[in-house]
Design a binder for this molecule. Structure first.
Ligand SMILES: [Zn+2]
Length: 433
């Protein structure tokens, strides 16, 4: 080895050769370990459905591991009542129905959550020296993500059903817990949009809405009195589920984050009615705030609607309304907009546009919220949408199945929430796929 380093090959060839040798050695150690238990559990074993399955013989199973491919020889049983065979040892090792070991699966999941499947397979090949196809990496990551989503769902149901009571957050209690909710579209394959109305010209949907929740805490203000988000305090969840089911997931997550212990809850959302219905159902005590950036967008639309009356004055008019919005003075905005004598469709459009402000007026008292030291914009959830959904699921040319996208988004939320180890290491959570 010293000769090869000196011979001009450089250190790269040496380090890779050493790793390959260690990997081969490790594989034989692993195979010995696996061979130490034959998986024989007596002449009969429980099939899982209440029957006694019969021992048949020893059979080989090939599995890919972090150390390369290994062959596992283990006892095989058959259940006459169910008509299926199985190896009890596979389930114990976490490889039932799988061709990847749990360790390799976790590497694959991490890569496939971060980048498109073909690139993920290349990364695993490059970094870990394991050859995978993109398709195989994607299938495994989507399935593991779906299994993780099921764990999170069960956790939320237990928390909201009060069978599990989360402890207060460790350390000093944060002052405010924010629950920010938003929705965004994910491009999906045709079969996923049947029966869903969409915005495309032919009236068909090209996307399905994923609902996102971001919880974060805030304890302090900066020198200028602006709120400061507690570092590393954001956790995310994303789902295609309908609002009612999303509500349970969201409530479970907020309680897990300390909603039952923290003094002040703030609910941030755009103006959508379903969000406020969930807020009042699950957290009626929370302060509800319409995200300021969404409200500003609606003012821009209002000015556009009145452009034909405003002419050159449009920019000044809009600036004055934006100031009123910052003050939380919805009354002044509506009064200014209603000075124009509109009739017919224009009048209806104006009523609709102002309805957004009128219905949400109590959630737009921005000056008051700011004086209380609260965030009034859900920048966290906006950024979360972009990073978690946009940068992985909305890349050019992507078309997802809903379960596939849901699985990958769950993995990305776990990563962003620093919960990967907590959720993905629960025994028996891997599905047979
Ligand atoms: Zn059976």
């Amino acid at each position: 080895m010293a000769a090869s380093l000196g011979g001009g090959d450089g250190i790269e060839a040496a380090e890779l050769a050493i790793r390959a040798g260690l990997t081969r050695l490790g594989r034989s150690v692993l195979e010995d370990l696996l061979a130490a238990d034959s998986g024989y559990r007596g002449p009969r074993a429980d099939c899982g459905a209440g029957h006694q399955a019969r021992f048949v013989s020893y059979r080989d199973k090939a599995a890919d591991t972090v150390l390369g491919p290994v062959t596992l020889r283990r006892a095989w049983y058959h259940c006459a009542a169910c008509g299926h065979g199985f190896a009890p040892r596979d389930a114990e090792l976490g490889v039932a129905g799988q061709t990847m070991s749990p360790g390799l699966a976790k590497m694959t999941d991490r890569a496939a959550a971060a980048v498109p499947f073909a690139a993920a397979a290349r990364l695993v090949g490059e970094l870990a020296g394991i050859t995978l196809t993109g398709k195989r990496a994607g299938r495994r990551a989507e399935a593991d993500g779906q299994a993780a989503a099921a764990v999170i769902e069960a956790e939320a149901a237990a928390i909201t059903g009060r069978t599990v009571i989360p402890l207060p957050p460790a350390g000093p209690l944060p002052d405010i817990l924010y629950i920010a909710v938003d929705g965004t579209g994910v491009p999906v394959i045709g079969a996923e949009t049947e029966g869903h109305a969409g915005k495309a010209e032919d009236g068909k949907a090209r996307t399905r809405e994923v609902k996102l929740c971001c919880c974060f805490t805030q304890t302090s203000l900066d020198e200028d009195g602006h709120p400061v988000r507690d570092p590393h305090s954001s956790s995310y969840l994303a789902t295609f589920a309908p609002a009612a089911k999303f509500g349970i997931l969201m409530a479970g997550e907020a309680r897990r984050r300390g909603a039952g212990h923290i003094r002040q809850l703030v609910f941030l959302g755009d103006g959508a009615a379903w969000i406020w219905n969930l807020a009042s159902q699950h957290f009626p005590q929370a302060t509800a705030i319409v995200d300021l950036y969404h409200a500003r967008e609606h003012l821009h639309e209002l000015a556009k609607l009145l452009e034909f009356m405003l002419g050159d004055r449009k920019q000044d008019w809009l600036a004055a309304r934006l100031d009123e919005l910052d003050d939380g003075d919805v009354g002044a905005i509506c009064a200014a907009a209603r000075t124009f004598p509109l009739t017919g469709k224009k009048a209806d459009d104006l009523d609709t546009a102002l309805g957004y402000f009128e219905h949400n007026a109590h959630r737009m008292q921005y000056a008051r919220f700011k004086s209380l030291g609260m965030f009034v914009g859900s920048g966290a959830v906006e950024a979360g949408c972009k990073a978690i959904v946009g940068q992985r699921c909305k890349l050019s040319g992507m078309r997802w199945s809903v379960p596939g996208a849901a699985g990958i988004l769950t993995l990305r939320c776990l990563e962003a929430s620093d919960r990967w180890e907590q959720i993905l290491t629960q025994p028996g959570q891997t599905t047979a796929a």
